[in-house]
Structures are given as C-alpha cells and as structure tokens.
Design a protein around this ligand. Structure first.
Ligand code: FES
Length: 576
C-alpha cells in the first residue's frame, strides 16, 4: 500500500470540519478569500520588516506583493504578517540591543500561526540575522529575500557610498567651507533610492551571507533594490517556497555546517563586516550547528578579498551587481576548491550548480583568486589572558607594523569617559599607546555598541598618526578601519580580564601567533579582581533587564541564553 503523505501543518487549522475550522476560515475570509484557498495547499507566511522607521526596508510593501504573486502562481496561499523591524540610523542606543527581541517576535509569530513555510523579507543590518535566528528556531521551510542595496550615491560627479564622506562634510559645514544648502544637497545625493546601504557594510555583508548560506536565491546579495530584477527574485522566491514545503525541506537541510563554512569563506572574499561573525554564530547555534570562533580563523585564512568595493575599495554594490555579483565571487571560491559545492540551496540546486557558469563582466570590480584585490583577508581570532574566550581582528584593515606591538594601556572606562577625555590636550597618550575601551559589550552598553574603532586623539592626528592599537568589548561598523581588536570576551561588565586593565599596564599583541596578553602578574590581577564591582545597568526594567540578565558573550553570538537552539514548529499547548 502506498504511504500516505502526512497533511500539512496548516490543515490543523484550516482543514477541520468543527467549530474551530469554522472560526479559523471564517475570519480569514473577511478580506475576500475564497473557500478553495483552504483545500490543503501550502500556507506561506511573508514575514515583513516594512517600517517607515527603517528607511532601508521602506519598499517592502511592494516587495511583498511580488513574493505573494509567486506564491499564488505556484499554488500556495500567502499570508503576510509584520514583525519588529530594526533600523540602524534611528534606533537608540543601538539596533543590536533589539536583534534578539525581534528574533523572538519572528519565532513566536511563525510557530503560533497556521504556516507551512515562510519568506523572510530582510534588509537593514539587524533585520537579516533577527529573522534568520527566529526562523531557525522554528525550522520550517524558509527563504530569505533581501531588499537590495540602494543605487550608488552621486554627488557632483563622483560616487559616494553610505556613510562615507559624512564626517568630512560635517567638518566642512562646521568650518564654513560649505553652506547648509550644500550640506542638505549632499544628503539627498547620498541616499537617492529605496534600499539598504550600498557599500560593503553590514547590510550588504549579511545579504551576501544569505546567498552564500544558500538560504536566499542566487543574485540575492547585489541586485539593486529598485532594479526590476529584484522583484523577479522576490517572485521566484515566492514560487520556490511552495516547492520547498511540498518537498519537505526545512531550514535545517539548508543551514548545515557546510553552508556556514561557505558563508565564512564568502565573507573573507567580499571583505565583509566583522559583525557577520556574531550573527552567523548566533544563527548557527539556533539551528544546532556547532560553529566556533576558531572556524572563522581556520576557514578564512587562505581566502583573498576579491571585491573592490567601499569601504576598502572604490566601487559600490550597484557596480558589484553589474560585474556579476556574488555568484562570480562564489565561482572563484569553487574553482579554488574553497567551497562546499554540494551544499543544498533554496532554489533546489547545489551551490556548485548555481555558480559553475557564473560570469564576471568587470575584473576591476571582482578580481580573480589569482590576482586578488587584497591578500589574506579573513578574520584572526585572538586568545590570551586579556581575552580567554576570544577576540577578533581584521588584519587586512590593520596597519601591518602594528600587528605585532607592545604598548602601555590608556584606559577609558566607558564610551562617555572616552568622549569626555579624548580631545583633552593633557591626555597622557602617544602613538605607541594601546587604547582600551571597557563596558561597551553585550551587557555593558548594553547591546554592544559599534564604537570599537575609537577615533584617535586630535593631538596625535595633528602629528600625522593614522592608526593605533585599539582594544574593546565593542563591535565596529562594517565600514570602519584600523588595528582594532573587537568583541573581547568575556566583556568588562561581565567581569572579564578587560575590566582589570589599568592605565600604564603593558599590553602585548601578536596577531601572527594569535595572542593578546596583559603583562601584569597574576597576583596583581587577583587583587584587582577582588576589588572589582559590576557596573550598574543603565536601565533595570522591561526588555533591557531581560537582555542584560540573559545575554551571552560575543563568542557565543550575543544571543539570549534561553533562545539558543530550536523547539521546532509544534505548539506544545494546543487545546483546540
Ligand atoms: Fe540600514 Fe545601513 S542604515 S543598512
């Protein structure tokens, strides 16, 4: 006898002939849904992060319509729903504080509703990891669709990228070199279309991670938000998610260890943001993949940066797309045997099949592995008595001679302390000093601010100093640079050794040996530890309290401890 296919999850809502079936269908029918939509076809959620408070995702109502069309064409039943959206530009104190909250919203919204699969509409930096984390904990079939980057900024004949030139322009305004009208004109020129930041910052990095993980359609990383082909991609994703439900392909079949390894190598090849380290570790831990900090170091070590994009190069995401986009980069990795070709992707093909014939149309934008844009651009993971649970540095963004350095610490107890003192001409600091910033980690800030690339003291800038060793438990923007050691774990506010550093202590950095040491005798450190008191959190109620009480350290993805792992799509209490 042929094996009967088990009914879809949604039939436990819509496939019933009792009072509850009546209730479930009847209320949905109130907007004109005919009875035949409840005939057992896949019900697909469209998880929408549209918000006018998140400019990067402000076109998502229209994007959702294209997904919907695809779902209908493939015989599915689309149901769009909103979730918390996170914008980098307006949210205070930092969007990262709310990533885990948004992921809870996503997880519970998916699990509690009659959905068989879900399309995740993601764009601005934190929306991508938040939605992937939430969806991973439910583990239904899922496809992520990124909103796409903005068109290149154009100002007086030159290309300008998101965030670039902002500092010099605000300085020019302050110095009276440009007028307010010119300043406002520049604002309009920098961000002139829908979409997310168009440099290779965190949003573009995460859109690339979506594609490299295989959880997005080929082309996801770079098609501009306003290019009609972005709408085609959304429509194709709508069609494919229906197939994924029918084929019974949960997210965990896509998000395997091989997929994460592909993403880590892709991150090195695009010169991606250090923020990807935290986000990928968090997503992996949700889906049950054992991804460690050292995996970043091991896998990225032999990979070169192939793309000549701002902030480290000169082009923008629009140019990247016209040059071939991420498939051209992944093909280079594949041909260098640095890609798991057999990793399954959401379009039903393997990664190798997707990228085998990928063309490159401009070798100045996308370089080959033989003639890379920059050599060895992976992320180095440091260990030592200053960071027993790890810290990271992007050596390609650092000054080579500072990668081995010993200097005395100049300590800032908080970012406020830093701002108070950094301009002081009497600050006791020179170019060999090591700037140490505390209490900006997950608990300490809270939310791990992007302040790790501390600006240098003006008195050293005037002397022509361009870089110094900087150490913190913070993150840094995907567009930042320098010999910057980030994500020190455990952080200062959790009582990590960083909390014990004092002015004048010698710090020894040796990136080649992956070491970061505080040269202070253990007895002295023990005495300091005995006197250390945890700083008082700035707010002790609501989500802020939940967050500071439960957030994990950066090496564990800065997730909340009780959110790690997955509980699947089943609703444990169900009296209907
Ligand atoms: Fe949204 Fe940059 S502000 S991606």
């Amino acid at each position: 006898m042929a094996k009967k296919t088990p009914p879809l999850r949604s039939t436990r809502w819509f496939g019933r002939d009792d009072i509850y079936g009546f209730l479930y269908r009847s209320w949905v029918k109130n907007r004109g849904v005919p009875q035949d939509q409840f005939d057992g076809r896949p019900v697909i959620g469209i998880c929408n992060t549209y918000s006018e408070l998140v400019p990067c995702n402000s076109h998502f109502r229209a994007l959702a319509e294209h997904v919907k069309n695809g779902i209908l064409e493939a015989g599915g039943f689309p149901l769009e729903f909103p979730v918390m959206s996170l914008g980098e530009t307006l949210l205070r104190p930092t969007a990262m504080l709310y990533r885990n909250l948004a992921s809870m919203d996503v997880e519970e919204s998916i699990r509690a509703n009659p959905l068989d699969g879900v399309v995740l509409l993601v764009g601005c930096d934190k929306t991508t990891p938040a939605l992937l984390m939430g969806a991973a904990s439910v583990d239904l079939p899922a496809i992520a669709v990124s909103g796409g980057p903005m068109l290149s900024g154009k100002y007086r004949g030159t290309d300008i990228g998101s965030g670039t030139n902002v500092w010099s322009m605000s300085e020019d305004l302050r110095a009276g070199r440009i007028t307010r009208a010119e300043f406002h004109e520049a604002e309009s020129c920098m961000h002139r279309s829908h979409g997310h930041c168009m440099t290779m910052g965190t949003a573009s990095t995460m859109a690339s991670m979506v594609e490299a993980l295989g959880v997005g359609m080929p082309g996801n990383a770079a098609i501009p938000a306003v290019d009609a082909r972005r709408n085609v991609l959304a429509r194709m994703a709508g069609r494919r998610i229906v197939d994924l439900v029918r084929e019974k392909t949960p997210l965990s079949k896509i998000l395997t260890k091989a997929a994460f390894e592909n993403a880590i190598r892709a991150n090195a090849a695009i010169g991606g943001s250090t923020n990807a380290v935290i986000h990928l570790v968090a997503i992996a831990r949700r889906i049950g993949v054992d991804l460690k900090l050292e995996d970043w170091d091991r896998l990225g070590r032999d990979v070169h940066c192939l793309v000549n994009l701002m902030p480290s190069g000169k082009y923008l995401m629009e140019d990247f797309y016209y040059a071939g986009g991420l498939p051209a980069v992944l093909r280079e990795l594949s041909e260098s045997r640095l890609l798991h070709d057999d990793a399954l992707t959401v379009n039903g093909r393997t990664m190798g099949d997707n990228v085998r014939e990928a063309p490159c149309w401009n070798r100045d934008v996308i370089h080959s592995m033989k003639k890379p844009f920059k050599k060895n651009t992976g992320i180095a993971v440091l260990r030592g008595n200053l960071c027993p649970d790890g810290a990271i540095i992007k050596p390609s963004a650092a000054t080579p001679k500072l990668l081995k350095h010993r200097g005395r610490a100049v300590v800032f107890e908080s970012i406020e302390d830093f701002h108070r003192r950094i301009d002081d001409p009497a600050l006791d600091i020179d170019e060999r000093s090591v700037m140490v910033l505390k209490n900006c980690g997950p608990k300490g800030y809270p939310g791990m601010a992007e302040v790790g690339n501390m600006p240098l003291p003006p008195k050293l800038l005037r002397k022509g100093v361009t870089d110094m060793v900087r150490i913190s438990d913070a993150r840094m923007s995907g567009t930042a640079y320098g010999t910057v050691i980030l994500h020190v774990a455990p952080e200062a506010a959790a009582g990590g050794p960083l909390a014990l550093v004092q002015n004048g202590d010698l710090v020894d950095l040796d990136v080649a040996r992956r070491r970061l040491q505080l040269l202070v005798p253990e007895a002295e450190l023990a005495a300091r530890r005995a006197k250390w008191r945890a700083p008082k959190p700035p707010l002790e109620r609501g989500y802020w309290k939940l967050y500071t009480d439960h957030v994990l350290q950066a090496n564990e993805g800065a997730d909340l401890d009780f959110l790690v792992g997955k509980s699947g799509p089943f609703v444990p209490r169900d009296n209907h």
